[in-house]
Design a protein around this ligand. Structure first.
Ligand code: C5J
Length: 221
Protein backbone atom coordinates (compact mmCIF):
# COMPACT_ATOMS: atom_id res chain seq x y z
CA UNK A 1 0.00 0.00 0.00
CA UNK A 2 1.21 3.50 -0.82
CA UNK A 3 0.20 6.47 1.31
CA UNK A 4 -0.18 9.65 -0.77
CA UNK A 5 -0.32 13.03 1.02
CA UNK A 6 -3.70 14.38 -0.11
CA UNK A 7 -6.67 16.43 0.95
CA UNK A 8 -8.62 15.88 3.19
CA UNK A 9 -6.18 13.24 4.50
CA UNK A 10 -3.69 10.74 3.01
CA UNK A 11 -5.02 8.55 0.20
CA UNK A 12 -4.11 4.88 0.41
CA UNK A 13 -3.26 3.63 -3.07
CA UNK A 14 -3.39 -0.11 -3.62
CA UNK A 15 -0.91 -0.72 -6.48
CA UNK A 16 -2.39 -4.05 -7.53
CA UNK A 17 -5.88 -2.59 -7.90
CA UNK A 18 -5.34 0.96 -9.18
CA UNK A 19 -5.93 2.43 -12.65
CA UNK A 20 -5.39 5.91 -14.09
CA UNK A 21 -8.33 7.49 -15.89
CA UNK A 22 -7.54 10.33 -18.30
CA UNK A 23 -10.79 12.04 -19.14
CA UNK A 24 -11.50 13.54 -22.58
CA UNK A 25 -8.06 14.94 -23.50
CA UNK A 26 -9.36 15.12 -27.07
CA UNK A 27 -8.85 17.83 -29.66
CA UNK A 28 -12.58 18.75 -29.40
CA UNK A 29 -11.88 20.37 -26.03
CA UNK A 30 -8.24 21.40 -26.24
CA UNK A 31 -7.69 22.85 -29.70
CA UNK A 32 -9.11 25.82 -31.60
CA UNK A 33 -11.99 24.83 -33.91
CA UNK A 34 -13.37 22.08 -31.66
CA UNK A 35 -16.49 21.70 -29.53
CA UNK A 36 -15.08 23.66 -26.55
CA UNK A 37 -14.02 26.52 -28.79
CA UNK A 38 -17.44 26.52 -30.50
CA UNK A 39 -18.98 27.30 -27.11
CA UNK A 40 -16.83 30.42 -26.76
CA UNK A 41 -14.27 29.01 -24.33
CA UNK A 42 -10.59 29.88 -24.05
CA UNK A 43 -9.12 26.49 -24.95
CA UNK A 44 -5.56 27.60 -24.10
CA UNK A 45 -6.31 27.04 -20.43
CA UNK A 46 -6.74 23.31 -21.06
CA UNK A 47 -3.66 22.91 -23.24
CA UNK A 48 -1.54 23.98 -20.26
CA UNK A 49 -2.04 20.64 -18.44
CA UNK A 50 -0.74 18.47 -21.29
CA UNK A 51 2.83 18.23 -19.84
CA UNK A 52 1.61 17.31 -16.35
CA UNK A 53 -0.83 14.77 -17.73
CA UNK A 54 1.95 13.28 -19.89
CA UNK A 55 4.15 12.95 -16.80
CA UNK A 56 1.31 11.27 -14.91
CA UNK A 57 0.80 8.83 -17.78
CA UNK A 58 4.55 8.18 -17.74
CA UNK A 59 4.42 7.36 -14.04
CA UNK A 60 1.64 4.79 -14.49
CA UNK A 61 3.22 3.28 -17.60
CA UNK A 62 6.59 2.95 -15.83
CA UNK A 63 4.90 1.04 -13.00
CA UNK A 64 2.92 -1.13 -15.41
CA UNK A 65 -0.34 0.06 -13.86
CA UNK A 66 -3.46 0.16 -16.10
CA UNK A 67 -4.41 3.29 -17.99
CA UNK A 68 -7.88 4.17 -19.28
CA UNK A 69 -8.56 7.02 -21.71
CA UNK A 70 -12.04 8.39 -22.33
CA UNK A 71 -13.44 10.49 -25.14
CA UNK A 72 -16.80 12.24 -25.19
CA UNK A 73 -17.99 10.75 -28.46
CA UNK A 74 -21.26 10.02 -30.21
CA UNK A 75 -22.10 7.54 -32.92
CA UNK A 76 -22.16 9.11 -36.43
CA UNK A 77 -25.96 8.73 -36.58
CA UNK A 78 -26.22 10.50 -33.17
CA UNK A 79 -28.58 7.75 -31.95
CA UNK A 80 -26.78 7.91 -28.58
CA UNK A 81 -27.12 11.69 -28.25
CA UNK A 82 -30.34 12.93 -26.68
CA UNK A 83 -32.04 15.74 -28.63
CA UNK A 84 -31.89 17.86 -25.46
CA UNK A 85 -28.09 17.67 -25.55
CA UNK A 86 -27.97 18.56 -29.26
CA UNK A 87 -30.24 21.57 -28.78
CA UNK A 88 -27.99 23.25 -26.21
CA UNK A 89 -24.75 25.18 -26.69
CA UNK A 90 -23.91 27.18 -29.78
CA UNK A 91 -27.17 27.67 -31.74
CA UNK A 92 -25.30 27.82 -35.07
CA UNK A 93 -22.94 24.86 -34.49
CA UNK A 94 -24.52 21.87 -32.76
CA UNK A 95 -23.05 18.49 -31.80
CA UNK A 96 -22.81 16.45 -35.02
CA UNK A 97 -22.40 19.49 -37.24
CA UNK A 98 -19.16 20.14 -39.10
CA UNK A 99 -16.57 22.43 -37.58
CA UNK A 100 -12.89 23.04 -38.37
CA UNK A 101 -11.92 19.54 -37.13
CA UNK A 102 -14.85 17.59 -38.57
CA UNK A 103 -18.19 16.79 -36.96
CA UNK A 104 -18.31 17.96 -33.34
CA UNK A 105 -18.07 15.17 -30.72
CA UNK A 106 -18.55 12.42 -33.30
CA UNK A 107 -16.54 9.19 -33.18
CA UNK A 108 -13.74 8.89 -35.70
CA UNK A 109 -13.62 12.59 -36.61
CA UNK A 110 -10.25 14.41 -36.39
CA UNK A 111 -11.48 16.53 -33.47
CA UNK A 112 -12.49 13.45 -31.54
CA UNK A 113 -8.93 12.10 -31.33
CA UNK A 114 -6.89 12.34 -28.16
CA UNK A 115 -4.11 14.93 -28.52
CA UNK A 116 -0.87 13.47 -29.89
CA UNK A 117 1.17 14.11 -26.74
CA UNK A 118 -1.21 11.91 -24.72
CA UNK A 119 -2.05 9.31 -27.37
CA UNK A 120 -3.09 5.92 -25.97
CA UNK A 121 -0.54 3.12 -26.25
CA UNK A 122 -1.43 -0.30 -27.57
CA UNK A 123 -3.27 -2.25 -24.88
CA UNK A 124 -4.59 0.82 -23.04
CA UNK A 125 -8.36 0.98 -22.76
CA UNK A 126 -10.11 3.74 -24.74
CA UNK A 127 -13.72 4.37 -23.76
CA UNK A 128 -16.08 6.34 -26.01
CA UNK A 129 -18.68 7.78 -23.71
CA UNK A 130 -21.88 9.44 -24.92
CA UNK A 131 -22.43 11.19 -21.59
CA UNK A 132 -20.42 13.44 -19.34
CA UNK A 133 -19.82 10.55 -16.92
CA UNK A 134 -17.63 7.61 -17.89
CA UNK A 135 -20.00 4.88 -16.68
CA UNK A 136 -23.19 5.92 -18.49
CA UNK A 137 -23.80 3.54 -21.43
CA UNK A 138 -20.17 2.35 -21.62
CA UNK A 139 -19.98 -0.98 -19.77
CA UNK A 140 -16.82 0.31 -18.06
CA UNK A 141 -17.82 -0.74 -14.54
CA UNK A 142 -18.11 -4.38 -15.59
CA UNK A 143 -14.67 -4.21 -17.23
CA UNK A 144 -13.10 -2.68 -14.11
CA UNK A 145 -14.70 -5.29 -11.87
CA UNK A 146 -13.28 -7.98 -14.16
CA UNK A 147 -9.81 -6.42 -13.81
CA UNK A 148 -10.15 -6.15 -10.03
CA UNK A 149 -9.77 -2.36 -10.06
CA UNK A 150 -10.94 -0.69 -6.84
CA UNK A 151 -8.90 2.55 -6.89
CA UNK A 152 -9.05 5.22 -9.61
CA UNK A 153 -6.70 8.15 -10.12
CA UNK A 154 -8.26 10.91 -12.24
CA UNK A 155 -6.90 13.50 -14.66
CA UNK A 156 -8.30 15.35 -17.67
CA UNK A 157 -10.92 17.87 -18.65
CA UNK A 158 -13.05 19.60 -17.76
CA UNK A 159 -12.73 19.50 -13.99
CA UNK A 160 -16.30 20.41 -13.12
CA UNK A 161 -18.04 18.62 -16.02
CA UNK A 162 -16.75 15.26 -17.25
CA UNK A 163 -14.08 14.75 -14.59
CA UNK A 164 -16.34 15.53 -11.66
CA UNK A 165 -19.30 13.62 -13.13
CA UNK A 166 -17.09 10.56 -13.68
CA UNK A 167 -15.65 10.79 -10.16
CA UNK A 168 -19.09 11.02 -8.64
CA UNK A 169 -20.30 8.04 -10.68
CA UNK A 170 -17.19 6.11 -9.57
CA UNK A 171 -17.67 7.09 -5.94
CA UNK A 172 -21.25 5.82 -6.03
CA UNK A 173 -19.97 2.49 -7.40
CA UNK A 174 -17.54 2.10 -4.50
CA UNK A 175 -14.23 3.14 -6.10
CA UNK A 176 -11.65 5.06 -4.03
CA UNK A 177 -11.01 8.15 -6.16
CA UNK A 178 -8.04 10.52 -6.24
CA UNK A 179 -7.91 13.63 -8.45
CA UNK A 180 -4.55 15.06 -9.56
CA UNK A 181 -5.14 18.80 -9.31
CA UNK A 182 -2.42 19.93 -11.72
CA UNK A 183 -3.47 17.36 -14.35
CA UNK A 184 -7.04 18.63 -14.60
CA UNK A 185 -8.38 21.95 -15.88
CA UNK A 186 -11.50 23.92 -16.56
CA UNK A 187 -12.31 26.79 -18.90
CA UNK A 188 -13.29 28.60 -15.70
CA UNK A 189 -10.69 28.97 -12.92
CA UNK A 190 -13.37 29.45 -10.29
CA UNK A 191 -15.22 26.27 -11.30
CA UNK A 192 -12.02 24.23 -10.99
CA UNK A 193 -11.26 25.70 -7.56
CA UNK A 194 -14.80 25.04 -6.35
CA UNK A 195 -14.76 21.46 -7.68
CA UNK A 196 -11.51 20.59 -5.91
CA UNK A 197 -13.03 21.90 -2.68
CA UNK A 198 -16.32 20.03 -3.22
CA UNK A 199 -14.59 16.71 -3.82
CA UNK A 200 -12.49 16.76 -0.66
CA UNK A 201 -15.05 18.49 1.59
CA UNK A 202 -16.97 16.69 4.33
CA UNK A 203 -14.24 14.13 4.92
CA UNK A 204 -13.74 13.35 1.22
CA UNK A 205 -17.37 13.07 0.22
CA UNK A 206 -16.40 12.31 -3.41
CA UNK A 207 -12.72 11.47 -2.92
CA UNK A 208 -9.24 12.91 -2.45
CA UNK A 209 -7.17 15.62 -4.16
CA UNK A 210 -3.39 15.80 -4.51
CA UNK A 211 -0.61 17.07 -6.80
CA UNK A 212 1.42 15.11 -9.33
CA UNK A 213 4.60 15.79 -7.29
CA UNK A 214 3.03 14.33 -4.14
CA UNK A 215 1.95 11.21 -6.01
CA UNK A 216 5.36 10.81 -7.68
CA UNK A 217 7.20 11.13 -4.37
CA UNK A 218 4.92 8.64 -2.67
CA UNK A 219 5.32 6.11 -5.48
CA UNK A 220 9.13 6.51 -5.49
CA UNK A 221 9.30 6.14 -1.69
C1 C5J B 1 -17.77 19.14 -21.54
C2 C5J B 1 -16.15 17.54 -20.75
N1 C5J B 1 -17.27 20.13 -20.80
N2 C5J B 1 -15.29 16.63 -21.20
N3 C5J B 1 -17.19 17.92 -21.56
O1 C5J B 1 -18.76 19.33 -22.20
O2 C5J B 1 -15.97 18.07 -19.67
Amino acid sequence: MISVPSRPYPYTLDPAHTALVVIDMQRDFIERGGFGDSLGNDVKRLEAIIPTTAALLGLFRAQGWPVIHTREAHKPDLSDCPPAKIRRGNPSLHIGETGAMGRLLVRGEPGNQIVDALAPLEGEMVIDKPGKGMFWATGLHEQLVELGITHLVFAGVTTEVCVQTSMREANDRGYECLLIEDATESYFAEFKAATLKMIAAQGGIVGWVTSLAALEEAVKA
